[in-house]
Design a protein around this ligand. Sequence first.
Ligand SMILES: C[S@@+](CC[C@H](N)C(=O)[O-])C[C@H]1O[C@@H](n2cnc3c(N)ncnc32)[C@H](O)[C@@H]1O
Length: 198
Amino acid sequence: MSGSYRFQDHYFHRAKKDHYLARAFYKLEEIQKRHRLMRRGDRVLDLGAAPGSWVQLVSGVVGPSGRVVAVDIKPMEHPFEGNVTILERDVFEDAFLEELQRDHGTFDVVLSDMAPATSGIRSADSARSSLLFERALAVAEATLRPGGHFLAKIFQGSEFHDLLVRVKQRFRQVKVVKPDASRKVSKEIYILGMELKG
Ligand SMILES: C[S@@+](CC[C@H](N)C(=O)[O-])C[C@H]1O[C@@H](n2cnc3c(N)ncnc32)[C@H](O)[C@@H]1O
């Protein structure tokens, strides 16, 4: 058994045992513990939210006075807490941003764990991941309050550095984060932008 297989197995089984919807839970938990990007009462937008383990975590962190708007192309059927709103949408739909702004106003935090269906061709997968990241950044710029935070996944590839520069132009503090719960062999990494400039 290879090291990476054992590693996946550990978080997969831990998520099942703890009744979380995906092992991804532990990635956000680790980032939240280290960087405290969400607080009680926050309004959080979660892009690429299915099956919903981040929603489980965020819903508990923000509590009944907060709100989670969870968006995915795929349906989410889990019975979440009352502070969660589910939107089954493609983030590239023309009307999506307008709908968000009209019906949900501004957010304190925008998260994106969006990932493309992978082909195994690294350059193609990272290009598609970059488009998702770019869209998440555009949504964050349009819906975050000044001082709000942004966390989004990207597969490292040729577009990574340009996108990192763009996040640095818009946020006061920027970090590149690779949680322990993310597979070492995976090219995925998270860019964290804290405090959107006014
Ligand atoms: C790694 S999963 C997210 C896991 C989630 N954070 C959790 O904890 O359960 C990535 C998700 O991105 C979604 N996604 C990919 N492209 C999308 C798009 N254009 N619009 C909305 N969601 C998208 C996929 O459907 C998939 O459910």
